[in-house]
Design a protein around this ligand. Sequence first.
Ligand SMILES: Cc1ncc(COP(=O)(O)O)c(C=O)c1O
Length: 383
Amino acid sequence: MDLFKVYPLFDIKPVRGKGCCVYDENGQAYLDLYGGHAVISIGHGHPHYVERVKTQLEALPFYSNSVQNELQEALAAKLGQVSGCEAYQLFLCNSGAEANENALKLASFQNGRSKVIAFRQGFHGRTSAAVRITDNPKIVAPINEGFEVVWHELNDTAGVLESLAQGDVCAVMIEGIQGIGGIYIPDPVFLQAIATACHQQGTVLILDEVQSGYGRSGAFFAFQHAGIVPGLITVAKGMGNGFPIGGVLIHPEFKAWYGMLGSTFGGSHLACAAGLAVLEVIEQEQLMANATEVGQYLMEELQRFNQIAEVRGKGLMIGASFDFPVSVLRQELLFKEKIFTGSASCPKTLRLLPPLSLSRQEASLFLEKLHTTLKQPLQTKVA
Ligand SMILES: Cc1ncc(COP(=O)(O)O)c(C=O)c1O
């Protein structure tokens, strides 16, 4: 059987990972400034993570959501403690899109409405409702066009407040920091204004922290830099450090009823063990403080490059806008300097999403290699 080829592939086969590096079948190391798309939070092959997952795999990887699972309780308690969101309730699922799909459903159950406010350059996943509020018409199929969406530019406070004033909006869905769009940060004053207006209008504010959450911005959630209280918060990616797990943090004003949401695999024993290991390592190794410090260093140094027009970001979620499209630069960094970096929907933006354990030395090595690459004419031609 052939694979259904929806991904353009780099001709590299990583077979092993350790810390902030992956290794190919010849033992060649690649420095990972991409984190497998913001997924690797605590580093590749972390011994505590490997041990916890291995032990759980041997004991019981899965049983259904019809029985007691103390690991789910433990994960919810630990997530509440590490994130500072103790009062919220947790629903567990398997991916970012699924988390957003469930969040939209919860919002609609809560206020009986279906109109959603979403933002230009935003990305929320590929399932039916999540893709409807993703600003990329190419990936929206006719079957996904099921409810009304009002689009606004990020930070358009007046426009969003005007739309909310109609009193018929189900939810505002916004990324804590726009990721795929190119690392754009919502203004804290804008977030505070929409949080207040949502509260007044009975609209649910949903913070998509799938990419910006789990310590990546230096705070556990990026919205915490603005001091707001969302109705719903969605998580995935860094939550499992590569194990598929997602979740919705649900404000106490939402009341559950049996059958309201559900998932066969969500919250499996193995997923919870992975999720617990991630939180334990984030806490023990103070990875949020590391993300703040190393991120600050990287951003300050990137600003010195005269080919870089703008550096945006917080913690280890960084976008650098060059004065030329970066696809060839990324290929040269990968094939010549052995460094993975990320792209964004804006072709001139280089996106950095390394493990939160990235050291200052690793960051310096990247900067050195970037400098070397930019000194020579860019030439690699690889599909
Ligand atoms: C902000 C954001 N939300 C949702 C998603 C979808 O997550 P998943 O691919 O796990 O469904 C992504 C994926 O890149 C994302 O960046």
